[in-house]
Write a protein of this length. Structure first.
Length: 115
């Protein structure tokens, strides 16, 4: 782990610790509507992050902020998810598709690898 990764984890913890697990975020979240599994809901991701579980499932989010519109505490879950993705990339735990997109971006200037 690096200092940046540790700092990001602290910032993530500060964001998700406020979550009271009420579930008000779930009905508006488009990913949860399709997947219908708790770990895909914003609440599920908040629980994972509270427990320091960083998993590739954090890349399965469209960052629409819809969950934030119904959150009674206005928790910025998209910020926590973006930071957690950075942690996963920094720790080289990102999905292969993300690794490939980053490599393509560096080499060709776009995520598809087209010149």
């Amino acid at each position: 782990m690096t200092i940046e990764s540790d700092n990001a984890k602290e910032e993530i913890k500060e964001i998700v610790e406020r979550c009271i697990n009420c579930g008000m975020c779930k009905p508006r979240d488009s990913i949860f509507k399709v997947m219908r599994e708790e770990q895909y809901s914003p609440r599920g991701k908040a629980i994972m992050l509270k427990n320091n579980q960083y998993d590739k499932i954090l890349f399965d989010d469209n960052l629409s902020k819809q969950c934030e519109a119904s959150c009674p505490l206005k928790i910025k879950m998209h910020e926590a998810i973006v930071k957690s993705r950075k942690v996963l990339v920094e720790e080289k735990k990102e999905p292969e598709e993300v690794r490939k997109a980053i490599r393509n971006l560096r080499n060709t200037g776009n995520i598809f690898g087209d010149k």
